[in-house]
Design a protein around this ligand. Structure first.
Ligand SMILES: Cc1ncc(COP(=O)(O)O)c(C=O)c1O
Length: 361
């Protein structure tokens, strides 16, 4: 069977070269006579691989020495709660900027552990835009400001990093990490579930300013404490060895592709092509997100006649275009264009969309 063009929102497409390399190394990793999954995380080979993955990520993102890199578990969802556990005391306040489903969920999960304040929200606009920065009510004594740079379901992305003064900025970058260069020094915490732009699920990559590790304001289990994980190189207990290895292969692949500047250019070209097809379809397809807030990673779109949705999905799948069904909360379609999705896939999608609109418009 040949591979399909995979537009899944996550777990998502991975670079074919990475999958092929993992396949080659599956039975005999680095001359060890066993797979990476069958070896101790305390072994020399694994420790060297883990360190190389961090080195490659640091080089890709330009992560300064002021920030630690952690390879954790629990998914981004667990860290919605674990972040306030680590960064705030029960009487502290934290500001949340909410621009969609995941920001709302981050608020709900944080609420038992910190006094959540909604500093800004685009909920009144059904999360189709970004709340203008001048309207945010930021508390200078908040423990941190949390936001979601890319909302995976609504397809809303911040075009740049918001200025929040001296309060540490915490970003759930699950669906746009590694998609373009960013200035890591501007963040207190960046965290991301791996299953979109990094590798398989079950791994969370966190980049955390080291001074934030010294905020032991409440007793929590050592495995949940970022400072403990940092002190033990993320191996306080058995890590997700397979996920870490696959992430490392992806980081190497990204470096070979020209790094994040090259990825940014490709991601811009892919998303522009798709948005142009939507906007020039004469209303057959629509995307209601404010143009400046449109995501380069997740492009939701709706057919004018939703009675055609099932046929669109059936025919697109038959054409080798996979996982275009929109999230159940919003319906319609969604194409996720992460790093591993090539321009060729988007060209195939756009050409299918033109043809479908021509036949049914
Ligand atoms: C922006 C964002 N945050 C959080 C999550 C939840 O991640 P996880 O399933 O790893 O908990 C997702 C989607 O999976 C997401 O897209």
């Amino acid at each position: 069977m040949s591979r399909v063009w995979n537009f899944s929102a996550g777990p998502a497409a991975m670079p074919q070269a990475v999958l092929e390399r993992a396949q080659r190394e599956m039975l005999d990793w680095r001359g060890s006579g066993s797979s990476v999954m069958e070896q101790s995380h305390r072994g020399k080979r694994f420790i060297a691989m883990a360190a190389q993955a961090e080195t490659d990520l640091r080089a890709l993102m330009g992560i300064p020495a002021s920030h630690a890199v952690l390879f954790l578990q629990g998914g981004a969802t667990q860290h919605f709660a674990q972040i306030p556990m680590n960064l705030a005391g029960p009487d502290d306040r934290a500001d949340y900027v909410v621009t969609g489903h995941w920001g709302e969920k981050a608020v709900r999960e944080a609420a038992p552990y910190v006094r959540v304040q909604i500093a800004a929200s685009s909920g009144a606009d059904k999360f189709r835009s970004l709340p203008p920065r001048e309207g945010w009510t930021l508390d200078p004594s908040a423990a941190y400001v949390h936001y979601t740079p890319n909302e995976t379901i609504g397809g809303v992305e911040f075009p740049d990093v918001p200025e929040v003064g001296d309060v540490p900025l915490v970003a759930d970058m699950s669906s746009n990490i590694l998609s373009a260069p960013i200035d890591v020094a501007r963040f207190g915490v960046i965290y991301a579930g791996a299953q979109k732009n990094i590798g398989p699920s079950g791994l969370v990559v966190m980049i955390i300013r080291r001074d934030l590790l010294d905020r032991p304001r409440r007793p929590i289990a050592s495995v949940l404490r970022y400072a403990e994980q940092a002190a033990h190189d993320s191996m306080l207990n058995t890590p997700n060895t397979w996920g870490w290895y696959m992430a490392g292969l992806t980081f190497q692949w990204l470096r070979e592709q020209g790094g994040l500047t090259a990825m940014a250019e490709r991601n811009r070209a892919k998303s522009e092509l798709l948005y142009r097809a939507i906007d020039q379809s004469g209303g057959f397809y629509t995307n209601p997100v404010q143009p400046l807030a449109r995501s380069r990673m997740n492009v939701p779109f709706w057919l004018r006649d939703s009675a055609l949705d099932a046929l669109f999905l059936e025919e697109s799948e038959a054409a080798g275009l996979f996982a275009l069904k929109g999230h159940k909360a919003v319906g319609g379609m969604r194409a996720s264009l992460y790093n591993a999705v090539p321009l060729e896939a988007v060209e195939a999608l756009v050409s299918f969309m033109w043809d479908f609109a021509h036949r049914h418009g």
